[in-house]
Design a protein around this ligand. Structure first.
Ligand SMILES: NC(=O)c1ccc[n+]([C@@H]2O[C@H](COP(=O)([O-])OP(=O)(O)OC[C@H]3O[C@@H](n4cnc5c(N)ncnc54)[C@H](OP(=O)(O)O)[C@@H]3O)[C@@H](O)[C@H]2O)c1
Length: 263
């Protein structure tokens, strides 16, 4: 059965785990081919074993501009087309702003935000040619903030601002931009989050374990791309309430969140 995604080529960053892995699987199930980028090649090869030849593993670190450009060109060279770029690779943090090492903030900005610029600039001509999709996996933390995540929130607010501007600049060229802002999703994000000392926490959190499944987020993302939506918020009730309060009653949200230590 053919689908909207059949025969299309996508580049997905952070495809070795969690939401990115689920996105790559869902795209392949819908008939697309995916250049799956991440640092952990073993995991990418396991993904190819599981999903077949539609997955093209590409080992690379998104903090390298060269690796980002190479990934885009590799994806394009598969079938002389690139129909979508999904920047999903991301790192979180747990640490108070005044205690966290400056390189924690820099690492988060490099992966979560600056990589998007390298990827977008390399992909731009191909996305214009295909009238394709530019998607960022942001977070509800791109719309409001909680304790211990100042650098993460800053990087996700940056992505939102960047995408909002790019949307205006590229709409006449036919590029579709989508920002996906999930709430808690059951992945390795908390384990991989950096502590104030810059080391990975290696500890899971109940909110994450009880979050949405990555597959659910992936399915909603594909649906949103097909219908060329602007922003989606796959999230639980509490995070959605946070979004509403942040818009209409930010002072109330501050009073609620000042005493809540979200893990
Ligand atoms: N889970 C949640 O609750 C949640 C909520 C809102 C938003 N998000 C966002 O969702 C996105 C995916 O995160 P996840 O929850 O799926 O977490 P995850 O399971 O920790 O996956 C993170 C992915 O990013 C990749 N990555 C990290 N640093 C990288 C780098 N320097 N270069 C290339 N790839 C890199 C990792 O691959 P390698 O280690 O193999 O490189 C991995 O594939 C992130 O942007 C995150 O902020 C997650």
């Amino acid at each position: 059965m053919t689908s909207y995604f059949s025969g299309k080529v996508f580049l997905v960053t952070g495809a070795s785990s969690g939401i990115g892995r689920a996105l790559a699987c869902e795209l392949v199930d819908c008939g697309a081919e995916v250049l799956a980028m991440a640092r952990n090649l073993e995991r990418l090869e396991a993904l190819r074993e599981e999903k077949g030849l539609g997955i093209h593993p590409f080992q690379g670190d998104v903090t390298s501009s060269k690796a980002c450009r190479e990934a885009v060109e590799k994806a394009f060279c598969l079938h002389q087309r690139l129909d979508g770029l999904i920047h999903n690779a991301g790192v979180s943090m747990r640490g108070l702003a005044h205690e966290s090492r400056p390189d924690v903030f820099r690492s988060l900005m490099d992966v979560n935000f600056y990589a998007m610029i390298d990827l977008f600039q390399a992909a731009y001509p191909h996305l214009v040619a295909s009238k394709g999709h530019l998607a960022a996996i942001s977070s509800v933390m791109g719309r409001y903030a909680t304790h211990q995540r100042s650098g993460y929130c800053a990087s996700k607010h940056a992505i939102q601002g960047f995408m909002d501007s790019v949307r205006l600049e590229t709409m006449d060229k036919g590029i579709h931009t989508l920002v996906v802002s999930p709430g808690f999703v059951n992945t390795e994000v908390a384990k991989n989050a950096l502590g104030a000392d810059g080391q990975a926490l290696n500890k899971n959190s109940d909110s994450i374990i009880n979050g949405l499944s990555p597959n659910e987020v992936a399915k909603k993302t594909l649906r949103a791309m097909q219908h060329r939506k602007r922003d989606i918020y796959p999230a639980g009730a509490k995070e959605k309430l946070g979004l509403i309060l942040s818009r209409f009653a930010p002072g109330v949200l501050d009073r609620l969140l000042r005493n809540i230590r979200v893990t």
